[in-house]
Design a protein around this ligand. Structure first.
Ligand SMILES: NC(=O)c1ccc[n+]([C@@H]2O[C@H](COP(=O)([O-])OP(=O)(O)OC[C@H]3O[C@@H](n4cnc5c(N)ncnc54)[C@H](OP(=O)(O)O)[C@@H]3O)[C@@H](O)[C@H]2O)c1
Length: 337
């Protein structure tokens, strides 16, 4: 049965730095969502909290369209179809994933959604984890672009996060020696003891650079989630023909970027540095999903979820990513189903 009303998050004021109490308002609206022939109405079950959500709020949103004041906040989620147009190809009860928005219900064109069949041994939530955009991003970066090989030394920053933790596991599965960089002793323990990587280093330790030189020395592949000063330092620690994969720049989304001083090392080491965005990778998704699905089934990919409840938590949750307060993939439980 449909509710009489539902909530969504409306963009009110562009933040400088982190999100604050003026950035959004939660709005309750009457439920009047009726699907046209090519549309579906979905009830959102899980909403992903992503660093990109902060990028969308900026005037310069990089590869994305900046969110406009008055619009419903974006968001990637998974949900259940509660109304389906006759030409939509969906049926009530189907599970779907897509760019659904930060809302409890959404009416969308059927072609904007992907039907989700949860394989044995997995759960719907995994379509925001190893079987969703974090897994796909990890696959494109470390398998397709870095072409990581057995015996190579791989360094991953943001290593305990949603994408970083999957990159660590995919690289280890390929036989690489994996080093993680994370922001707390507890995250380092998780990476070493639960994911079994060679060594994790806390970048907040005063001795981080010495620790890195002693423990890692130099790397063949760096999977960069954070950019900034960390990237600059790691450019001085490359082996010949190293590959630096630029997945994200977490340290710069809510503050000014810092200049890179060590770029000549890219020339000295004949290294390559490549940025990528999942938005260009549609053709690779069937292979990515097969690869990831196989590894989830084999138990190679473990996931940790950090769960909050209710879309009103979204603004605070986005800030948590910037404080490193998420332990694993941060999600919001939107509906109780
Ligand atoms: N290229 C693509 O297509 C694509 C797609 C999706 C996401 N991304 C990018 O991938 C990266 C990781 O995303 P995610 O969803 O997996 O997030 P996440 O790693 O789960 O969460 C972000 C983590 O970043 C770390 N962090 C925050 N501020 C930092 C700083 N100033 N310096 C260093 N680390 C900092 C925190 O961990 P610590 O406690 O360790 O500091 C935090 O937990 C982001 O840069 C995101 O934009 C790229």
């Amino acid at each position: 049965m449909s509710p009489s009303s539902y909530s969504h998050l409306v963009y009110v004021e562009r933040p400088k730095g982190l999100i604050n109490s003026n950035t959004f308002r939660v709005e309750e609206v009457p439920f009047d969502l009726k699907p046209a022939a090519d549309e579906v109405v979905i009830k959102i079950v899980w909403l992903s909290i992503d660093p990109a959500m902060r990028i969308w709020l900026s005037d310069d949103a990089g590869p994305f369209r900046p969110l406009q004041i008055g619009e419903t906040m974006g968001g990637i989620g998974v949900g259940t179809v509660v109304g389906a147009g006759e030409d939509s190809g969906f049926a009530v009860g189907n599970h779907v994933s897509g760019y659904v928005g930060t809302t409890e219900y959404s009416k969308m064109k059927a072609k904007e959604l992907t039907k989700v069949d949860v394989p044995e041994g997995a759960q719907l939530l995994d379509f925001l984890g190893p079987l969703g955009h974090p897994g796909q991003t990890a696959f494109i970066g470390i398998i397709d672009l870095a072409k990581v090989k057995a015996g190579e030394t791989v360094v991953v920053s943001g290593a305990a996060g949603a994408i970083g933790s999957l990159v660590c596991q995919l690289a280890k599965d390929k036989g690489a020696k994996v080093y993680g960089i994370a922001g707390s002793a507890e995250k380092c323990r998780y990476l070493e003891e639960e994911l079994g990587i060679a060594k994790a280093l806390n970048y907040k330790a005063a001795t981080f650079q010495e620790d890195f030189v002693r423990e890692v020395g130099a790397f063949d592949v760096y999977f960069d989630n954070v950019g900034g000063g960390m990237l600059d330092f790691l450019l001085t620690r490359m082996n010949l023909h190293a590959r630096v994969i630029l997945c994200g720049a977490m340290s710069t989304y809510a503050s000014e970027p810092v200049p890179l001083k060590n770029h000549r090392d890219i020339f000295y080491k004949r290294a390559t540095m490549q940025g990528f965005s999942l938005i260009d990778q549609g053709d690779r998704m069937p292979d990515a999903m097969k690869y990831l699905g196989d590894r989830v089934a084999q138990g190679v990919l473990k996931s940790t979820y950090h769960i909050l409840e209710g879309i009103k938590e979204t603004p605070m949750a986005i800030n948590m990513l910037f404080a490193g307060e998420n332990n694993g993939k941060l999600v919001i439980k939107v509906s109780r189903d």
